[in-house]
Every structure is written in C-alpha cells, then in structure tokens.
Write a protein that binds this ligand. Structure first.
Ligand code: ADP
Ligand code: MN
Length: 530
C-alpha cells in the first residue's frame, strides 16, 4: 500500500533529529544574528548622517542622558523616517516628471515636519492659501474680490459653512502624520471651524513638543562636549574591539576633550592597556585663531586649508597631531604613541596609571634635583625636536609637559610646525621663554635666558636681547622660508608628505583590518552593505 505522504527515497535516509534541537539552537542563533545585523545597521546609518544627534548612544560615557533609551529609539526612528521620506520624494518626482498637474505624495511622508531638513524641504503649511489643498476634493469655488462666488440662488460667500467645512477638512489632511485624520479621499467631508481650530492648536503644541526634544538634544551635546559623530566613532571602536571601554573624560579644554579608555586591539596587536583619546571639538570658533599654525606650514598649504570644510579642518588637526607624534616617536622623543587616528579623534598611549593621568609639570611637586633633571631633559627634548624631527612645538610650557616616572613627557603637538614654517623660529623663541621662565621661577640654578636657550637649541649664534633678538629671529624666518621655497627638495626627507603618506598608509591598512574604512565614500558604501 502506497503511503499517502508520497514516496520516501531509500537512498538518502533522513537522520532522525528532534524538533527541540532545531528549535532551540539554530533558531536562537539565527534570531540573534538577525538582531545584531539590525542593530549594526542602525548604527551605520546613523553615523552616515552627521545631522543625527544620538545623544544617548554610547552608554557609559558621560551623564545621565546616556541612559535615555527612549530618546535613542526616537532618534533612530527619526532616521528611518527621514530615509523613508526621501524615497517618497524620489517616487513623487518620478511620478510627476514635468507634468503641469502634479500629484502630491505629501501624506505618505512619515517624518514630523519639525524635523525635516530645510534645504530639501517644502514644509506643508497651515496657512490661508487653500486652493492647492483641495486637490483631493471637489474643485473649490472661485471667489471674486467681494468674497462671493456664483450667481443668484447658487451664490455663496467664502464663509459659506460647507465651503469652510470642506476647506477645513482638506487642511486637516495636511496635518502631520501622527494625527489620525483618517482617509478623506473621495468623501465630501466637512469639518466645523471650531473643531478644525482645536485640531490646529493641538498640532502647534505637538510641534513645540518636538522642538523641545530637539533643544534637549542640543543641550546635552553642549554639556558633554561630545557630538553624535564622536559618540558613534567611540561606540564603533568599542564594538570593533579597538577599545575595550571608554571610562570618562580627563580633560576638557577649549579645543579638545581628552578621554581615558582601556585599549583593545588593532590589526591583531594589543594596544596599551590604557589609552588617551583626544577628541578635537567640532566647533570651529576656537580654531579660527589657530589658522596661523596651519598657514605657512608647507605641509598644509594655505589654499588647501581654505578649500576645506570645517569638519575637514578639525580632522586635519587630529591628523597633524598624529603626524607630529609619529615623527617625534621616530626619533625616540618622550611622547605618547599614536594608536589610531580617525576623523577628529586621536587615540594614543596613556601617560599615567590606573586612569590617573600623569601630572603636568605645572602641578607636579618636584624636589629641586628632580626639577633640575626635568630642565635638562627639556633642553635635550627641544634640541632633538628641532634638529632631528625638524619640528617646533609652538606651545611648549609646563602645561604641556607631564612628569611621569622621572621623565618629562611632551604632549599636545597639534600646533607644532615644521621648521620651515615662516614663523617657526619665532614660535621657538616663545617656547624658550616659557621654559626658561618656568624653571627659573621653580628654583633651578643657572637657567638660560630665552635667547641663550634659543641659540643652544638651534646651534645658531644670534646676538642681542629682547626686541632686537626677536627682530633678528624674524629676519631669519623670512629668509629661510624664501630659501625653502626656492629649493623645496632640501628638506625632502622631512617633508610632510613623506611621513604623512607613510603614516596614512599604515593607518589605513590597520583600519581596514579591523573593518574600518577611511574615506567618506567607502563609509557610505559600507553602511549600505550592512
Ligand atoms: P589641549 O589642547 O586641550 O591642551 P592636551 O593634548 O594638552 O589638549 O590634553 C589636555 C590634557 O589631557 C593634558 O593636560 C593632560 O592632562 C591630558 N592628556 C592628554 N593626552 C594625554 C595622554 N596621552 N596621557 C595622559 N594624559 C593626557
Ligand atoms: Mn595642552
């Protein structure tokens, strides 16, 4: 007798397997994978859009705000809505082409008008012009200048209740989507004025509420000095195991915020256990007066600088600091070791221990012999920095030198310039002044004057003091950069391009291995794939 379930081939016996096995393991794994994919997609998409403020994404960094899952959910939803609306807009364009009569897809849009970007947006209005709004309804009557339409018995005024009602109903269809207005299509729907007005008021208060959410987000950003891009970058690094965890900020300056974090691994290599993350602030104001450090540095030509958008300029500061640190490390100067530089963020080795950064020379309590030792180290450092690295720190002082394990560590080199910079020697003279003043007031014997120190560091023999000395330094600066321009190959081995390209390449390779890509295009493609 044949089986009612069809024939079972004997060649491939089905292995018995319990339903429970299938259910429990495979399904759970699948579900988990799906979940993770979704989560990752959200993050990638959110990052692709700098406008999105994910104030609460990287939980554990910063304030109470980071626990606000609800807000995060809302923000992510908003992102989806934005994308959806964009799609609708494209479809609308395709549908209408250049036809004179166009069909509006307005009502298919999901994002609340308060969040729509202005540039690509025609925000639906609730104003008096209603002609266009009746498109889904009967053709509206045309009123003459007296506000009447039609003749004799048929004549109506613009206050005619049914006209008003239809108009109101029509406008209601234009309310933001969270208003459950129903589908009025094809119905001769009328809405009394008082009902319409109530709804309109509610719509306005709804708008205000949304704006409040907006404000709250911005406020929280200002407070924590961390914008969504930064949060997402950190989040991504934690996710990619580049960082183990981010503990909190150790310094908030005008131009940057420095965080402490526990290092993970990059390109298969373990990072130092503790790292410092310097995040350059994405507000440009403070950077304006630092232009001179970039202008004139042949590595960052003025034209390039001008062409860049603000975000890129800030990124350049991080790149510049990384490049300078790398160059210093090459000559074994005591400075942090660059781990990763990405966008406006620089991850470097941490100078200090147990989350406590080493004290600045300004705050460190040193015995006189230690201070004298620190002075010698500083001179040695300045000499090497100038002669071997071809760099001038340009902000060297007791604020940017840390005292750690009996050694002076130099940090904060984003503004350091190549010695060919037209102001390099002037900057160096200023550095010498700071260093000289600090150690003299600290009680070190026989501290060199700034002028002596300058000559000691450079090997020059400039005479004079004060203004006279500075005038000579300036003259030297000018002549030197003219000479440099005439013969740019002179300093080939120190040229920025050489070191920069090299460090860029190494970095790019390392980043690729951990699943980062650097260019914006790649990034977008990346988030699309995911
Ligand atoms: P800013 O431009 O804000 O002065 P800095 O690079 O000087 O930036 O960093 C600010 C502070 O952060 C420093 O004074 C120091 O206390 C801390 N810091 C920066 N980098 C490190 C590091 N690699 N290790 C330990 N502490 C650091
Ligand atoms: Mn500093």
């Amino acid at each position: 007798m044949s089986s009612p379930w069809g024939k079972v081939s004997n060649s491939a016996p089905v292995e018995p397997c319990s339903l429970q096995d299938v259910m429990s393991e495979q399904l759970a794994a699948d579900l988990q994978e799906k979940d993770e994919m979704k989560e990752w997609e959200l993050i990638s998409r959110a990052e692709a859009d700098p406008g999105l403020n994910l104030a609460s994404l990287t939980a554990g960094i910063g304030s109470e705000d980071t626990k606000d899952d609800h807000m995060l959910a809302q923000l992510l939803q908003m992102e989806f809505d934005k994308e959806h609306d964009q799609e609708v807009r494209v479809r609308e364009k395709q549908y209408n082409r250049d036809s004179k009569v166009s069909i509006s897809f307005e009502n298919y849009r999901t994002l609340h008008p308060a969040y729509r970007d202005e540039e690509d947006e025609v925000v639906p209005t609730l104003d008096e012009d209603y002609e266009g709004e009746m498109k889904w309804d009967k053709k509206p009557p045309k009123f003459n200048s007296q506000g009447t339409s039609g003749k004799g018995k048929e004549m109506i005024t613009k206050h005619d209740s049914s006209v008003c009602g239809r108009r109101n109903a029509s406008r209601m269809m234009e309310f933001p989507p969270e208003f459950e207005v129903g589908d009025g299509e094809g119905m001769d729907m009328k809405l009394p004025n008082h009902v319409y007005n109530k709804l309109k008021l509610h719509s306005i208060s709804e708008n205000k509420r949304s704006q409040k959410l907006h404000e709250k987000k911005e406020h929280s950003t200002a407070e924590q000095a961390m914008d969504p891009r930064t949060r997402l970058l950190l989040y991504k690094m934690v996710n990619n195991l580049v960082l183990d965890s981010v503990s909190g900020s150790i310094s908030t300056g005008k131009e940057s915020v420095v965080f402490h974090a526990f290092g993970g691994e990059i390109a298969g290599e373990a990072m130092p256990k503790e790292v410092a993350i310097k995040v350059f602030k994405t507000t440009l104001n403070e950077f304006k007066n630092r232009e001179k450090y970039i202008h004139g540095d042949h590595r960052f030509s003025r034209d390039d600088f001008k062409k860049q958008n603000p975000r890129k300029i800030i990124k350049m500061w991080a790149m510049k600091e990384a490049a300078n640190l790398n160059r210093m490390k090459k000559f074994d100067l005591p400075c942090p070791v660059v781990q990763v530089q990405r966008k406006h963020m620089l991850v470097m080795s941490f100078i200090g221990e147990d989350q406590k950064p080493a004290p600045k020379l300004k705050d460190a309590v040193l015995t006189i012999p230690d201070l004298e030792d620190a002075y010698d180290q500083t001179l040695e450092f300045m000499k090497k920095m100038q002669r071997q690295c071809s760099l001038v720190h340009a902000d060297l002082s007791e604020y940017n030198m840390l005292w750690w394990k009996g050694k002076v560590w130099v940090i904060d080199v984003s503004q350091a310039v190549d010695v060919t910079h037209p102001l390099a020697m002037e900057f160096l003279h200023r550095d010498c002044t700071n260093v000289s003043n600090f150690f003299r007031s600290g009680g070190v014997h026989q501290v060199m004057t700034p002028e002596e120190m300058f000559n000691h560091v450079t090997g020059f023999d400039i005479s004079g003091e004060g203004a006279d000395f500075i005038a000579q330094v300036r003259r030297y600066d000018t002549e030197k950069s003219e000479e440099y321009l005439l013969c740019p190959t002179n300093r080939k081995q120190f040229s920025f391009d050489f070191f920069f390209d090299k460090s860029q390449k190494e970095r790019a390779d390392a980043l690729k291995e951990v699943g980062f890509s650097d260019s914006e295009e790649e990034e977008e493609a990346e988030s699309e794939v995911k």
